[in-house]
Design a protein around this ligand. Structure first.
Ligand SMILES: NC(=O)c1ccc[n+]([C@@H]2O[C@H](COP(=O)([O-])OP(=O)(O)OC[C@H]3O[C@@H](n4cnc5c(N)ncnc54)[C@H](O)[C@@H]3O)[C@@H](O)[C@H]2O)c1
Length: 327
């Protein structure tokens, strides 16, 4: 156990990933040499390794089986980070469109490992704190450290406020807010002990704006900005950063499904119909949706050495929509 002075010393140098690995694996009673050897060889094939000093680091992403989570995982893997994906990988009551499948998780692992890093995948719900803590424990045991966490798992819903059922309201709050809180609760003890780490929370453009058709979803995305800023304050002295990213429409299965398209673009409930709507009526920039990889790039930045000097920030990826905000 570290003394108060050690844990609260803001001038303490953050440990390098390999040094952290040695300290933490020794603390966890794991044979450090095994982890270090396998990670080094796994990272050898990584492209552009060392560019952001993520070689041999470990990143955990919730909701990582597809979409923004998977694209972010690939962006981090390209920099040499080993990856842990945590995803419910099944449909849930109260969510009106299909979620990822177990096969998505295995395909995601193959894609990530093709970049020469190691990848572990776990099926689990972010609402389940015991499962989250178990996975965090196993991650540190396997890889020796936990350097970056992307709090990404989330679900959406669309409609008039009075017509959402109690189950729908509770589900979106429980997954998007409680799930994000539980993820942060599960990872901060290890990052505090490491005296280093980064957390990126995926909020939304609707986390800084209201929206008639996404009232509960929008509320949850405002809530996690509070979580990001509070976590930045709590963890700053431990060299742990926490920032939020706020994307507008991104081409993923969260938006590209009959339920959302039918409500957002009833005249033409197709992906092209939605993109036309965004381009012609909504976005200041002449563009439709972002690609998941565009968001992965911003995640990569916050996980990098440069990005790790920034905390408590809210970064919009909004095709200019935040230009309408007061500040
Ligand atoms: N796609 C967009 O337009 C957009 C815009 C702004 C913000 N976001 C946010 O980005 C994040 C990722 O969304 P996406 O667009 O990639 O969606 P997606 O549906 O493609 O991916 C979300 C992943 O989270 C998983 N998941 C859902 N509930 C879970 C739970 N309870 N526990 C564990 N995993 C769970 C799903 O299985 C899925 O793999 C979400 O938080 C979403 O709100 C998306």
């Amino acid at each position: 156990m570290q003394s108060k002075n050690e844990t609260n010393n803001p001038t303490k140098e953050p440990e390098s990933p390999s040094r952290r690995r040695a300290i933490l694996t020794a603390g966890a009673g794991v044979v450090a040499a095994v982890g270090a050897t396998s990670q080094t060889s796994a990272a050898e094939g990584a492209t552009n390794k060392n560019a952001l000093n993520m070689d041999g680091a470990t990143s955990l992403l919730t909701g990582g089986a597809r979409g923004i989570g998977l694209a972010s995982a690939i962006a981090l893997a390209k920099e040499g980070s080993n990856i842990v994906l945590y995803d419910v990988a099944e449909d849930l009551p109260g969510v009106n469109y299909p979620l990822a499948r177990e096969s998505d998780l295995s395909e995601a692992r193959e894609k990530i490992e093709s970049h020469g890093v190691k990848c572990s995948v776990y099926k689990g719900d972010v609402r389940d704190r015991n499962r989250m803590s178990q996975v965090v424990g196993e991650t540190v045991e396997q890889f020796g450290s936990l350097d970056h966490v992307v709090v990404n798992a989330g679900v959406t819903q669309i409609g008039m406020i009075e017509y959402f059922t109690d189950e729908e309201v509770q589900t979106v709050i429980d997954i998007n807010v409680t799930g994000a809180v539980r993820t942060v609760q599960s990872v901060v003890p290890i990052m505090r002990e490491q005296n280093s780490g980064g957390i990126t929370i995926i909020s939304s453009v609707l986390g800084r704006q209201g929206e008639e058709w996404f009232p509960i979803y929008s509320s949850t995305k405002w809530a996690v900005i509070g979580l990001a800023k509070s976590t930045a304050l709590i963890m700053g002295k431990h060299n742990v950063t926490c920032n939020a990213i706020c994307p507008t429409v991104v081409k993923t299965d969260l938006m590209n499904n009959d339920y959302v398209l039918g409500a957002m673009s009833p005249q033409n409930p197709t992906w092209d119909g939605l993109e036309d709507l965004m381009t012609q009526w909504r976005n200041p920039l002449p563009m439709g949706a972002y690609e998941p990889a565009d968001i992965g790039e911003i995640v990569r930045y916050f996980a990098s050495e440069q990005g790790r000097k920034i905390t408590g920030e809210v970064f919009g990826v909004t095709a200019g929509l935040f230009a309408r905000n007061t500040a």
